[in-house]
Design a protein around this ligand. Structure first.
Ligand code: S3P
Length: 436
């Protein structure tokens, strides 16, 4: 599948983007092991979360999906999961495989987890190490999937100082901690998204968090509830940048999750001169939401604060595009984690931007992007959904048409991305490879 994007004149619009991916995965997992029923509204019906849904069904949970974004789960309780008959295929999703590794480490059965070509190349030692300390035995292929998890019940509680800032690792240990005898403590080197902690609390669990240290007591039963998933700020970010780069546009994106552990992108863009405001702030359960208004702005480059990296971790591809369109140069540092995302995002974005005439210097854990004009051309997403969408946004302000190849992965996180851009009047066409 390809996107073909023409230089576009965007107009004012009010739009919605799909539900938050991180919250949707967690709602499925926690709803499954809660007692009683859990309803999820605003669920992200993208391929990643559908994969988690299928996995939870394979583990014996009755889950209905009466509409694409509505889910109803018959929770089986903390100890109600059963061994799956076959391997669980988590597709492209790092969140699914790492969080499930935690959850399944505490079960008295064996589980096999795998994924697609991208996922089977991603590092899992970061979850294997703490989960093995807790007593699970995990076989991998040199620290990469497929994983075979020999669970243990109960697990041992641990005090774990995470060597890297990762919400996925933190969440895997917290889920395992529910199945440990005693209190599990985790210290994080920098704040990461805290959706797991918030959702555990909304299901009645006690989770303490202060000064970068999170504690959970094992054996706590969760109570099913109604989870309303906010729109995903990480998806909204593409629409926000399209609006910022447009000649004159005023865009409102409704009901977006603005959890402070996710809003690094807003801080970074505002520091670059972006006109972004949060309107009508409110809460959906434990999660803060707002309508996000974005007006076209002149962006200036600068040094991106490395302290914001973990709070904007998925937004660097789109941020590279912002830097390329800004005046002057933008310096990124402390972003080595991007090399082990769905693709090596420093390399894939540098390659994509260079193909559109932008000067990018790369280092092992950083990059310098020199602002310029995008030429037309042909670029590749390398199968990475966020790279595909970032380059499509760049294309709306390019000097000629841009073809973005290999964009099917966009459906993992943002089904309807092209329609959403068209609502702003962007000229984007989706072309099926078979038809070309
Ligand atoms: C996620 C955490 C982040 C992020 C990913 C989703 C989550 O990964 O990149 O897309 O839902 O916990 P890390 O925690 O590994 O940085």
């Amino acid at each position: 599948m390809q996107f073909i994007v023409q230089p576009s004149k965007l107009r004012d619009a009010t739009v919605s983007v799909p539900g938050d991916k991180s919250v949707s995965h967690r709602a499925l997992m926690l709803g499954s092991i809660a007692q009683g029923s859990t309803r999820i509204s605003g669920f992200l019906a993208g391929e990643d979360c559908q994969g988690t849904l299928a996995a939870m069904r394979s583990l014996g949970v009755r889950i209905e999906q009466p509409a694409a974004t509505e889910i109803s789960i018959n929770g089986v309780g903390l100890h109600g999961l059963v061994e799956a008959e076959s391997e669980l295929d988590l597709g492209n999703s790092g969140t699914a495989i790492r969080l499930l590794a935690g959850l399944l480490s505490g079960q008295a059965f064996v589980s096999a987890l795998t994924g697609d070509a991208s996922l089977t190349g991603r590092p899992m030692q970061r979850v294997i190490a703490p989960l093995q300390q807790m007593g699970a035995r995990i076989d991998s292929h040199d620290g990469k999937p497929p994983l075979t998890i020999h669970g243990r019940s109960p697990l041992r509680c641990i005090d774990y100082a995470m060597p890297l800032a990762s919400a996925q690792v933190k969440s895997a240990v917290l889920l395992a901690g529910l199945y440990a005898a005693g209190q599990t403590n985790i210290t994080e080197p920098a704040a990461t998204r805290d959706h797991t902690e918030r959702m555990l609390r909304s299901m009645g669990a006690r989770v303490a968090a202060a000064g970068g240290r999170i504690s959970i007591d094992g054996g706590q039963e969760l109570t099913g509830c109604h989870i309303q998933v906010p729109a995903d700020l990480s998806s909204a970010a593409f629409i926000m940048l399209a609006a910022l780069l447009a000649e004159k546009a005023d865009i409102l994106i409704r009901n977006v999750g603005v959890n402070p552990t996710r809003t690094g992108i807003i801080d970074i863009w505002q520091a670059m001169g972006a006109d972004i405001s949060l309107e009508n702030p409110r809460s959906l359960g434990e999660e803060p939401v707002a309508d996000v208004r974005v007006r076209s702005s002149k962006l200036q480059g600068g040094r991106v604060d490395p302290a914001l990296v973990s709070l904007a971790i998925d937004e660097f591809p789109v941020l590279f595009v912002a830097a390329a369109a800004a005046s002057g140069k933008t310096v990124f540092s402390g972003i080595g984690e991007l090399r082990v995302k769905e693709s090596d995002r420093i390399a894939t974005m540098a390659t994509g931007l260079r193909a559109l005439g932008i000067d990018v210097e790369e280092s092992e854990d950083g990059a310098v992007v020199h602002g310029g004009r995008f030429t037309g051309g042909s670029v590749d997403s390398h199968g990475d959904h966020r790279v595909a969408m970032s380059l499509a946004v760049a294309a709306t302000v390019a000097e000629g048409p841009v073809t973005i190849n290999d964009v099917a992965a966009v459906n993992t996180s943002f089904p309807g991305f092209d329609e959403c851009l068209r609502a702003l009047q962007a000229e984007i066409r989706v072309v099926d490879d078979v038809a070309t």
